[in-house]
Write a protein that binds this ligand. Structure first.
Ligand code: HEC
Ligand code: HEC
Length: 456
């Protein structure tokens, strides 16, 4: 009898376990993983001056093309003084001075004349990438004839950029193609040795899935990286992944990796920028309990006793555009490459763990991170909370960008039909549907919640 009871209990426990882990309609809690500790000051210096890319455009060629940049937002000296914050001058292994793009290409944005490090750059233009590969191709032919040392220092960079450029085409300006960039890079590299191969060894699908860029100050709360919570284990390993653009061998990767504990410490020290205009505190106070009732079970609570639940929300609940998480299932070769690569080796390995849905992100500093959702398809907070307000076609002025503060987000023009360069939410991967949780509230309640969101 005792045996039977024990068996019965085991079966019940097992069924409960299954229903919590496999049920595709339940949020999944992401377990924490151990991270390396580091020195944030060293991490910052490495981020803005370090040679995590070791190949680039010869310095004088770069200056000829780009001209002097006088802003010097980062207050850098020497050769970096005259170049834009999103590039770094470095010594290639053969001693030649070259200029390489740095992380702030995508993770920094000048907003109302101030540079915000860690704010995703939402004005990048990948919609004209086909032409981008032409310049590296020209420079490659030019240097290969006359500039032996310069050619050696620039070669890895030029070969990679002329090869991948044509793959990065997005349909609209303002979305990012970094996931595609990573995919194409790994398709050209041996997973164990990182050796470059001119012919891709993985099949590269046609579609380019667009994403926004998550703000760096959110990472300290998160147990997994990326919109779909794919990145697990040692975060430093993912932070250094851009090194794949130019890396020569895994000895170089080991050296670069040894700095990214410091970079992680720096990223984790970044605080969200405070809302710069007056807030209606009475209204925000009304919004707080509404937020706690309707939103905090996924997005956490804020203030003195802040708690963040670290949940992955399955597609059946969130219902936002599915293209991003689906690629991990329709093209599993990229996840497979990673999970047998150098990145999974050593004493601080990383893994990719796909999920059919998205992470519910922390909302700190949410006022400044428009456009919203993982694909940047919704221009304002109010429209996140009221799905009827989400425009199907919309454009914004990239030359003189204007931000809204009453309803935080990008000032934009709603269009009646698709137009070149305008956001088109009817395209695959660009959909603005889903996340209908704010629709249950009335207009007054939504206004109060938006006011509360400004305080986060
Ligand atoms: C070409 C643009 C680009 C460059 C360059 C780039 N990133 Fe990213 N990064 C992205 C995008 C896009 C994502 C989000 C991808 C996703 O979630 O699917 C991302 C995600 C991240 C995240 C995860 C944040 C989170 O909360 O999940 C971190 C941290 C990060 N990048 C750090 C870095 C560092 C450090 C560098 C430089 C060594 C770098 N990135 C270079 C575009 C870029
Ligand atoms: C069931 C879980 C859940 C609930 C409830 C929920 N959210 Fe979300 N929220 C998510 C997920 C998941 C995302 C990411 C969706 C995506 O990017 O595709 C998200 C995205 C957002 C974003 C955009 C974040 C960004 O950086 O682009 C905002 C703003 C937001 N939610 C606010 C709210 C508010 C306010 C409420 C309450 C009215 C709420 N959410 C209720 C899960 C939830």
């Amino acid at each position: 009898m005792k045996k039977l009871t024990a068996l019965f209990l085991i079966v019940v426990a097992w069924l409960t376990y299954i229903s919590f882990t496999i049920d595709p309609n339940k949020p999944v809690q992401i377990p924490a993983s151990v991270q390396r500790t580091g020195d944030k000051e060293k991490g910052y210096q490495y981020l803005i001056t370090g040679d995590y890319l070791k190949s680039g455009i010869p310095y004088n060629f770069f200056m000829m093309g780009a001209g002097k940049d006088k802003a010097n937002y980062l207050g850098r000296d020497s050769f970096n003084k005259n170049i834009s914050f999103n590039y770094t001058a470095i010594k290639a292994p053969n001693g030649e001075l070259v200029v390489a793009p740095n992380c702030l290409q995508c993770h920094g944005q000048v907003f109302e004349n101030q540079l915000y490090i860690g704010l995703g750059n939402t004005s990048m233009d990948f919609s004209d990438s086909k032409s981008v590969s032409k310049n590296p191709a020209r420079l490659y032919s030019f240097l290969s004839i006359g500039g032996a040392k310069k050619f050696e220092a620039a070669k890895n960079f030029l070969v990679a950029t002329k090869t991948i450029g044509p793959y990065l085409q997005t349909e609209v300006r303002g979305v990012n193609a970094a996931d595609r960039l990573a995919g194409v890079l790994v398709a050209h590299r041996d997973p164990v040795t990182f050796e470059w191969m001119d012919k891709p060894v993985l099949q590269i699908p046609d579609e380019v899935v667009p994403t926004d860029v998550p703000a760096w100050w959110l990472l300290k709360k998160k147990n997994a990286m990326f919109y779909n919570g794919l990145g697990r284990g040692d975060f430093g390993r993912f932070l250094m992944a851009s090194n794949l653009l130019t890396v020569s061998d895994t000895a170089e990767s080991r050296e670069v990796d040894s700095h990214f504990n410091d970079v992680l410490a720096y990223i984790n020290s970044i605080q969200p920028p405070k809302f710069p205009k007056p807030i209606n505190h009475d209204l925000a106070l009304q919004g707080k309990p509404l937020f706690n009732d309707h939103c905090s079970k996924c997005h956490g609570t804020y203030g003195d006793e802040a708690k963040y639940p670290n949940l992955l929300i399955p597609a059946a609940i969130i219902k936002t555009d599915s293209a991003l998480y689906k690629t991990n299932y329709s093209s599993p070769q990229f996840v497979e490459w990673f999970n047998k690569s150098w990145f999974t080796t050593g004493d601080h390995p990383a893994q990719l763990v796909p999920f059919k849905g998205y992470i519910a992100p922390p909302l700190d500093g949410i006022w400044i991170t428009a456009p919203y959702f993982h694909n940047g398809s919704v221009p304002t907070l109010e429209a996140v909370l009221n799905s009827k307000l989400r425009p199907t076609y919309w454009s914004r002025n990239f030359d003189n960008p204007e931000y809204g503060y009453n309803d935080p987000g990008w000032k934009h023009t709603v269009l009646a039909e698709p137009a070149k360069g305008a956001y088109n939410t009817t395209l695959p991967g660009y959909g603005n549907y889903g996340h209908y949780f704010g629709d249950k509230l009335n207009d007054k309640e939504r206004k109060a919640v938006v006011e509360y969101l400004k305080t986060l």
